[in-house]
Write a protein that binds this ligand. Sequence first.
Ligand SMILES: Nc1ncnc2c1ncn2[C@@H]1O[C@H](COP(=O)(O)OP(=O)(O)OP(=O)(O)O)[C@@H](O)[C@H]1O
Ligand SMILES: [Mg+2]
Length: 279
Amino acid sequence: MELKRTASDYMSNFSENNSSSYVIIFSNEKGGTGKSTLAVHVVIALLYAGYKVVSVDIDGRQGTFSRYMENRSMLGNRASNRVPVPVHFRIVDDTPGVDTQEELCKIVSSAGADFVVIDSRGADSGLVRYAHSLADLVVSPINDSYIDLDLFIKLSDINNGFSPNVYAQMIWEQKLKRASKSGKSLSWLVVRNRLQGMASNNSKKVEEILELLAKKLGFKLVSGFRERTIFRELFLSGLTLLDKKTGVARGLSHVAAKQELRALLNSIISESKVGKRNF
Ligand SMILES: Nc1ncnc2c1ncn2[C@@H]1O[C@H](COP(=O)(O)OP(=O)(O)OP(=O)(O)O)[C@@H](O)[C@H]1O
Ligand SMILES: [Mg+2]
């Protein structure tokens, strides 16, 4: 008789066997920094490049990532609009009677994809931490604001030494956990988002602090995305910058946004060591 396996069995099996997929998590404890928007764009770019991708929304109650994919699937069902869609899962945390960590573990360990892309929520939780412990790469979008930086280090203490704040501490704990469980490293990219056209003094100061933090906290800084209306226009159609018939005007901004996305993808691919394809 086969014994019923518990969540912890699955978890320890997972860390022993390890997923064959490269696991990316979009995360930042600060809400509204662009996690879901960038996650969707990265998933679709990877699909267009021919990679097999599984996407997972662990912010399933808010469900932005899932709603985007639903809108996209509805569009893709129309014969004239074939667009690639990933195999997608939505996990709603705190669902009574459901062990969401076990659910996530099963999805990741059986994905059989080149990439699993997880969209996280703008808050801490057991599931969020667990998802980080499964990840190979964290991508943290951040807005140009001291408020956003303050989740990385306590800015008020900056002149009296270096004191990591809650989000950076959480990433470090998961890095250590992953290293001690599987001997694997957790890479970390930080990508600035919603940058204003003209570099203000604030923006230069934020950049200086981020460069300092990159050395102290061990992340790589990616060039980033400007504030662009197109990122807000496409949700309803489920489309992305990379789809041909977006129905929105294509101009220089569209071309520039694609270049910004390509820079992020190149950074992800070089961290992953998965064979490079053209974006
Ligand atoms: N580069 C950009 N230019 C313009 N608007 C953007 C850009 N990136 C994201 N946005 C907009 O910013 C808002 C927040 O984005 P998004 O929902 O992706 O953030 P999030 O980090 O996933 O939020 P949450 O923490 O609530 O999950 C949305 O209205 C989105 O359309
Ligand atoms: Mg989100």
